[in-house]
Design a protein around this ligand. Structure first.
Ligand code: 5AD
Ligand code: SF4
Length: 419
């Protein structure tokens, strides 16, 4: 979502004057640090980065802090780092052209108006598009700062989404990534009068777009994975067979304390359903270890779900107490060493599983969509189920979906040859 917010800001800035991106700090007239605040570490890094930028930038260059950390720290950022010229929250990125002209402007409201999702167009990759389908989140997971920074959940009208994707396809995109904090809760609340449309119906509408070949989405919530949605996922040929099912914890009592709305058994049942309907699907997940009160037995439940589901990709984190969250006030916080040991165990076991999954790929043929030129005469792309591929090749492969056979495997990516 942050990557898309960055594209939106670039698009809005280009409406005013022609900006160019630069890799060189000394060339920049405007430096925007687009932040995350889900965990504490990136927030701490922000202030050291501001210091580095301030020291080496052109004297006239402006520095702006945007995104979720801007939302939750607001003015405090300018108090702690007066070299910052403006602060713009995650929900306010459409106001970028206003704040760049106001010294020490702070815009962090989480109120809704339609400008929140009305943007000019810019894509960092011409072959694929990211498109927001909803903003904000109505859940109240007790560890999560997002509802406080991104505000209440609003679904974007389906006609706007279809229009945006149609335009992207006309300018070269064959693949779309639908974005939202809780995509399969789509249709819960619209900003204005809209005919009811849930996520499954939205997927059907989008898949009718001529020239669009691949649909991805992130993140769905396990609680809203009903059979109708999973059947559409499995049977719709345009939907890529890769699904993120964020577990957070395998312990039913911890899931309750996290207010996730499902049990260990519900979660396993949904993953089994995915495997039954769509055996070729790859399933990824997010896991937090060391959530307050997590016992050894709770952690073993998480390990058990890992063994049962054998996630292809795992994003795992040590719990980090965040402001504006319920869990930050829980009394039984886990010490960092215990959480660290659990994280290491979880990640090492997952690495073994991943090695087995990737080794079994040798000789397998995938449909790969190539979208990036790499050094050394290589191009990269992704298979339908989301695996990263590299092959020898040049520009003419970009924007094409071709059959590739795996000739070498590693944990993070596969080397292939054209079939
Ligand atoms: N501590 C650690 N991880 C967190 N996440 C969200 N909030 C926290 C937190 N307070 C993780 C969740 C979520 C992912 C985006 O970040 O696993 O799914
Ligand atoms: Fe955070 Fe939960 Fe919303 Fe995901 S569903 S963004 S974890 S509150």
């Amino acid at each position: 979502m942050n990557a898309r917010d960055s594209e939106h800001m670039i698009a809005e800035l280009n409406r005013e004057e022609a900006y160019e991106l630069t890799e060189n700090l000394q060339d920049a007239d405007l430096i925007i640090i687009n932040t995350c605040s889900v965990r504490e570490k990136p927030v701490a890094k922000l202030f050291s980065e501001i210091g580095v930028f301030n020291k080496h930038k052109k004297p006239t260059a402006k520095i702006g802090v945007t995104g979720c950390t801007a939302s939750h720290l607001g003015e405090e950022i300018i108090k702690r780092a007066p070299s910052v010229d403006f602060v713009l929250g995650a929900r306010n990125v459409s106001k970028i052209t206003q704040v760049i002209h106001k010294k020490h402007a702070v815009e962090v409201s989480t109120d809704f108006d339609e400008s929140t999702y009305d943007f000019a167009e810019y894509r960092s990759n011409p072959f694929k598009a990211m498109v927001n389908i909803s903003i904000g989140c109505d859940k109240s997971c007790t560890f999560c700062i997002v509802p406080a920074t991104r505000g209440e959940e609003i679904s974007i009208p389906s006609a706007l989404i279809v229009g945006e994707i149609t335009k992207a396809v006309a300018t070269g995109a064959k693949e779309v990534m639908l974005l939202g904090q809780n995509v399969n809760n789509y249709g819960r609340r619209f900003g204005g009068d809209e005919a009811p449309c849930d996520f499954t119906q939205l997927l059907r509408k989008i898949s009718k777009i001529d020239g669009l070949e691949r649909i991805r989405f992130t993140s769905p919530h396990p609680l809203h994975m009903d059979d109708i949605f999973l059947t559409e996922f499995a049977n719709n040929p345009k939907i890529c067979k890769q699904i993120h099912v964020p577990l957070q914890s395998g312990s039913t009592s911890l899931l309750k304390a996290m207010k996730r709305g499902y049990t260990k058994e519900n979660f396993i049942n949904r993953c089994e359903k995915i495997r039954a309907l769509c055996p070729e699907a790859s399933i990824s997940t997010d896991i937090i270890v060391g959530f307050p009160s997590e016992s050894d037995a709770d952690f073993e439940d998480t390990m058990e779900v890992l063994e049962k589901v054998r996630f292809e990709q795992l994003f795992s984190f040590k719990y980090s107490a965040r402001p504006h969250t319920e869990a930050a006030a829980f009394t039984d916080q886990i010490d960092s060493d215990t959480a660290g040991e659990r994280l290491t165990r979880l990640q090492s076991r997952h690495t073994e599983i991943l090695d087995e999954i990737m080794d079994a790929q040798l000789g397998v043929v995938h449909q790969v969509y190539f979208d990036e030129l790499k050094s050394g005469g290589r191009v990269s792309g992704r298979s339908d189920d989301g695996k990263l591929f590299f092959i020898q090749g040049s520009e003419e492969l970009l924007g094409k979906i071709v059959e590739v056979e795996v000739v070498k495997t590693s944990r993070g990516a596969l080397d292939g040859v054209l079939v």
